[in-house]
Design a binder for this molecule. Structure first.
Ligand SMILES: NC(=O)c1ccc[n+]([C@@H]2O[C@H](COP(=O)([O-])OP(=O)(O)OC[C@H]3O[C@@H](n4cnc5c(N)ncnc54)[C@H](OP(=O)(O)O)[C@@H]3O)[C@@H](O)[C@H]2O)c1
Length: 321
C-alpha cells in the first residue's frame, strides 16, 4: 500500500501531507525556496507572522505562477496579538497577497503584552518575557472562531498545545481545532498527545520533523540503518515515518535539491515503524525546539506557570517545577 499524499481535516477539506516549512528561512532565501517548492510539486506552505518573512513568501508564491486555489496556506497568530487576532491575520493576508488562509493557528498558547521594549518579544525590566498570566486561551479561541465565521480562514487550529491545554480549551470551544502543530520526530513522538488528538478529531502536524538546525537525528544508528536499507536519506525516512502514521509533516529547506527530495515518501514496514516509534522510550527522548519562555518547563505546559486561568493539572506541574 502506498503512503497517503493528503489527509482530511475535520472541516471536510483536504490538506496535503507534506508542506514546506519557512521558519529560519532568511530574507533573500525564502522567496526562491517557496517558488522552487511550488514549481516542484508542493501544494502546501507553512508560515507565521513571527518568522518575519511573509512578504517574501507571498512574492515566492507569485513567482511560482501556481494558482492560489491550488495552494494550501497556513499561518499563525503571534503571542502579542492574542487580543487582536484579526489585526494579525490581516497583516499576514496582506503579505501573502491573498484574501484568505486555508488554516490559521494559535502559534503558542499564551499571551505576551507588547510594550516599549518590543511589539513581538516584549520584556519586563528584569529581562523576563512580559507574559499576560490573566489571559485565558478561550479568549483567543473565540476570536479565531470569529475570523473563521467571516470566511477569512477556512479552518482554525492550535500549535504547541498539550493535552491539558486542549482539555481546558474544550470547555468553551464551539469549533473543534482542525489541527495541533507540535514538535514531532522519533525523539519526540508525542504518542499520548497524538492519541488524544485522534480521539477528538484533531489532525497532528509535525514541526521540526528533521530535528531542526543542528539535528541530532541524522546520526542515529537505527535511523541510518533503515535509510540504508531503503537506499534513501535519513530525512526521507523521518518524513515517511510521519506520513505513514497519519501526521502532516512540515520539513523546511532553502536548498533546491533538498526541497525536491523532501517530497519523497517510502512505505516503511511494521517493524521499521515500531523501531522508530520506540526510540524515545528507549532513552532518546529529546526536544530540539525549546524557546526560553522564562520558565522551567519544556513543551507547552509553561502556559500554567503563574497563570490563574491555567488548567488545574498545569498548576500542579507548576508547583513541582
Ligand atoms: N508551530 C511552531 O511553533 C513551529 C516551531 C518550529 C517550526 N515550525 C514549522 O515547522 C517547520 C520545520 O521545522 P524546522 O524549520 O524547525 O526544522 P526541520 O524542517 O526539522 O529542519 C530544517 C533543517 O534541516 C535542513 N534540511 C532540510 N532538508 C534536508 C535534507 N533533505 N537533508 C539534510 N538536511 C535537510 C535544513 O537546511 P537547509 O534549509 O539549509 O536546506 C534546515 O537546517 C518550520 O520551518 C516551521 O514552518 C513551527
Amino acid at each position: 500500500m502506498s503512503a497517503p499524499t493528503e489527509f482530511k481535516l475535520n472541516t471536510g477539506a483536504t490538506i496535503p501531507a507534506i508542506g514546506l516549512g519557512t521558519w529560519q528561512a532568511k530574507p533573500g532565501e525564502v522567496r526562491g525556496a517557496v517558488s522552487h517548492a511550488l514549481k516542484s510539486g508542493y501544494k502546501h506552505i507553512d508560515g507565521a507572522l513571527v518568522y518575519g518573512n511573509e512578504d517574501e513568501v507571498g512574492q515566492g508564491i507569485k513567482d511560482s505562477g501556481v494558482d492560489r486555489k491550488d495552494i494550501f496556506l497556513t499561518s499563525k497568530v503571534w503571542c502579542t496579538f492574542h487580543d487582536r487576532v484579526e489585526e494579525c491575520l490581516d497583516k499576514t493576508l496582506a503579505s501573502l497577497q491573498t484574501d484568505h488562509l486555508d488554516l490559521y493557528l494559535i502559534h503558542w498558547g499564551a499571551r505576551m503584552i507588547p510594550n516599549e521594549t518590543s511589539g513581538m518579544f516584549p520584556l519586563k525590566p528584569d529581562g523576563s518575557r512580559n507574559m499576560d498570566f490573566e489571559w485565558s486561551q478561550s479568549q483567543t479561541w473565540e476570536q479565531m472562531e470569529a475570523v473563521l465565521a467571516k470566511g477569512k480562514v477556512k479552518a482554525i487550529g492550535v500549535s504547541n498545545f498539550s493535552v491539558l491545554m486542549l482539555e481546558d480549551l474544550k470547555k468553551k470551544w464551539k469549533v473543534v481545532p482542525a489541527v495541533n502543530q507540535v514538535e514531532l520526530h522519533p525523539y519526540c513522538p508525542q504518542h499520548e498527545l497524538k492519541k488524544y488528538c485522534e480521539d477528538n478529531g484533531i489532525l497532528m502536524q509535525a514541526y521540526s520533523p528533521l530535528g531542526s538546525t543542528s539535528s541530532p537525528l541524522h546520526a542515529d544508528a537505527d535511523l541510518k540503518a533503515i535509510a540504508e536499507k531503503h537506499g534513501v536519506s535519513t530525512s526521507t525516512i523521518l518524513i515517511s515515518w510521519s506520513v505513514c502514521r497519519g501526521v502532516v509533516v512540515l520539513p523546511k529547506s532553502v536548498t533546491p535539491s533538498r526541497i525536491e527530495s523532501n517530497l519523497q515518501v517510502v512505505t516503511l514496514s511494521k517493524e521499521e515503524m515500531a523501531k522508530l516509534d520506540g526510540l524515545a522510550a528507549a532513552g532518546k527522548q529529546q526536544r530540539v525546539n525549546t524557546p526560553n519562555w522564562g520558565t522551567d518547563f519544556g513543551f507547552s505546559d509553561w502556559y500554567g506557570v503563574g497563570n490563574k486561568n491555567a488548567p488545574e493539572g498545569a498548576k500542579l506541574l507548576a508547583g513541582k517545577a
